[in-house]
Design a protein around this ligand. Structure first.
Ligand code: GDP
Ligand code: IMO
Ligand code: MG
Length: 422
């Protein structure tokens, strides 16, 4: 058996949570491989709407195993809140959720360092979700991190050493007043550590490889999106992990030759939350219409998402980096009421037209658009491909011919049921 990967091809919030939940019946094991509670993955079914941050989106299907892999960073306090709110819905995850001992912990001081670093950057800030992601991964790479496995032995002692390093940095470098916030957060954080202790803490790389050997099917759920990847995204306005297919190998401990299908998921238009370049952004009434119709407000922070047209130059680049084998187009219904839909097919940089993704998406990048007729019919009630308006079929064919990869699923609403498999 192979591991299939599902990941975002844009700047996150493509609808990964919804589709992992839809695909879960086809899989035995659902895994997260990177990121942390900066993610907000929304699922809707049977009148329940739920946002997951750290926990894989397979959790609402009873007989499935869910694994938080070594590449993930966990904030125990947020994890506990997630577990408690799922318990209220009647989902007790103690038997179905496994956590890698090698996953790193986000410390209370990582959150404070995130806030201090963003404040120090002023106008150049990343627009981080302020969940402590950057500082936690910085400590991981700097070999100063604390891992889930550390909670099993002399944890308090190891914790205090790290916190001392962080508070020195906060006071001496950032001149950041941390004392009250730290005291506030620490109590809830240690309660979260006790919650983590109640779960099955495992060598998840061995566990997952054994599952594969035993013929079980595995899906890896990406967080963020390719344009936020630490190596290939719009650096430095990115997150601090590898959000791409290769990240599933390092974030789960599976070999590259174990990767099977790669589902690349994208919105029929484009959004971004936080700072950084966005060539097709619309700062006008059309952008506002996309935001209103698509309810484009962050699932984690509630911030309004920046909206714009689909960018095929960036999308093709993302398909290349990830080795996408199937595309999934989300939120087609948001375009129901547009006479014409624009798509960026080229960039003009310094007077020269190009389809190549440049080193930087700076202000010199001008998007060049083609216009496609809209369908002007509601899609939310459509239940099969045969009901698609002709203009939607044309839009799909146009994108497939431009991108060279089939679009196998079209999503026409937030609910599990509003998913058309082609
Ligand atoms: P993720 O981070 O990739 O899992 O995506 P988010 O959950 O942050 O954002 C996607 C948003 O779009 C959520 O509010 C979903 O409920 C919603 N959504 C997903 N698919 C569709 C769709 O096809 N149509 C509409 N209108 N909303 C959708
Ligand atoms: P999901 O998994 C959208 C963005 C932040 C910021 C940048 C760095 O729901 O798609 P960080 O908190 O990682 O330091 O923020 O990345 N960002 C996301 N944008 N969806 C996400 O996750 C994101 N996770 C981080 O807004 O611009
Ligand atoms: Mg999200």
């Amino acid at each position: 058996m192979k591991v299939d990967v599902l990941l975002g091809l844009q700047w996150g919030d493509e609808g990964k949570g919804k589709i992992v939940d839809v695909l879960t019946p086809h899989y035995d094991v659902i895994t997260r491989f990177q990121g942390g509670p900066n993610a907000g993955h929304t699922l809707e079914f049977n009148h329940i709407k739920h946002v997951l941050h750290t926990i894989p989106s397979g959790i609402f299907r009873d007989d499935k195993i869910n694994v938080i892999g070594n590449g993930v960073v966990i904030d125990p306090c947020i994890f506990k809140k997630e577990i408690d709110s799922l318990l209220k819905l009647g989902f007790d995850l103690k038997k179905t959720l496994f956590i890698s001992k090698k996953a790193h912990l986000i410390l209370p001081t990582h959150r404070l360092l995130d806030a201090a670093s963003e404040a120090a950057k002023g106008d150049a800030k990343i627009g981080s979700t302020l969940k402590g992601i950057g500082p936690a991964y910085r400590d991981k790479i700097g070999r100063d991190g604390l891992r889930v496995g550390d909670i099993l032995l002399n944890f308090e002692e190891k914790y205090r050493i790290r916190v001392k390093q962080h508070t020195d940095l906060l006071s001496n470098y950032y001149h950041f007043d941390y004392a009250a916030a730290l005291a506030d957060y620490e109590k809830a954080w240690f309660e979260g550590i006790e919650t983590i202790r109640q779960f099955q803490l495992i060598e998840s790389e061995t566990f997952i490889n054994n599952q594969i050997k035993a013929g079980k099917s595995v899906i890896a759920e990406g967080a963020q999106g390719t344009m936020l990847d630490i190596d290939f995204g719009s650096y430095p306005f990115v997150t601090s992990s590898n959000t791409i297919t290769a990240g599933a190998c390092t974030g789960l401990g599976i070999a590259p030759n174990k990767i099977g299908k790669v589902y690349g998921i994208f919105k029929a238009y484009c959004t971004r939350v936080g700072s950084g370049p966005f060539p097709t952004e619309l700062n006008d009434a059309t952008g506002q219409k996309l935001r209103d119709v698509g309810h484009e407000y962050g699932s984690t922070t509630g911030r309004p998402r920046r909206c714009g047209w689909l960018d095929l130059v960036a999308l093709k680049y993302a398909i290349m980096i990830n080795g996408v084998t199937e595309l999934i187009m989300m939120k087609a219904d948001v375009l129901d009421d547009f006479d014409a839909i624009s798509v960026c097919t080229k960039y003009k940089i310094g007077g020269v037209l190009t389809k190549d993704f440049p080193y930087e998406l700076d202000d010199s990048v001008e998007p060049i658009f083609e216009s496609i007729p809209g369908w002007k019919k509601p899609l939310t009630g459509v239940t099969s491909e045969s009901d698609f308006p002709e203009e939607l079929n044309n839009y799909i064919s146009y994108l497939e011919s431009q991108l060279g990869v089939p679009i196998s699923i079209v999503s026409v609403g937030p609910d599990r049921s509003q998913t058309i498999v082609r």
